[in-house]
Design a binder for this molecule. Structure first.
Ligand code: FEO
Length: 175
């Protein structure tokens, strides 16, 4: 059982995670079109992770006897002026998701909804990790700079980060 307000807030979080999955899928497609294959692999994986984040909430709502709703699919952007701008937008989107998770945590406290509070702890940790990852990526990109071969090195760097992430997630037992 959830309060109606909590059911609505969690369904809104499903929509936010679902949108992130589609936004990152669109970004993966743009990267692939730019022959940034390392960045594309990273964004495809991020997209899949967001889908898993969405499904985790989906199952939670239904498991406690409420009704998880499939969100409408909004068309995400599909063009970016540069890979730098694209990655800055990923970071901005992650910050938006973190703020939304923080609001859900605050709501759980207010409602004394301990099971939802406990359920959300995984997301608090996941968001901390995702924000740290994106800050690391943006710092490396700034170090590489914008010289003529920067795209080559950015793609190589993100490909290497992606491979580390895949290995770490596999060691943890999945996304
Ligand atoms: Fe599920 Fe990256 O927010």
């Amino acid at each position: 059982m959830l309060s109606k307000a909590m059911e609505k807030s969690l369904n809104e979080q499903i929509a936010l995670e679902g949108y992130a999955s589609f936004l990152y899928l669109s970004m993966a497609s743009w990267c692939e079109n730019q022959t940034l294959t390392g960045c594309a692999a990273f964004m495809f994986r991020q997209s899949e992770e967001e889908r898993q984040h969405m499904l985790r909430i989906f199952h939670y709502i239904n498991d406690v006897g409420e009704h998880a709703l499939t969100p409408a699919v909004a068309q995400p952007p599909y063009e970016w002026p540069s890979i730098q701008v694209l990655l800055e937008q990923v970071y901005a989107h992650e910050q938006k998701v973190s703020a939304s998770i923080d609001r859900l945590v605050a709501q759980s406290y207010e409602e004394k909804d301990h099971k939802t509070l406990s359920f959300l702890q995984w997301y608090v940790e996941e968001q901390r990790e995702e924000e740290t990852l994106m800050r690391t990526i943006l710092d490396r990109i700034r170090l590489i700079g914008e010289g003529p071969q920067s795209l080559y090195y950015i793609d190589k760097e993100i490909s290497a980060i992606n491979k580390i992430q895949v290995a770490e997630k596999a060691a943890e037992g999945g996304a």
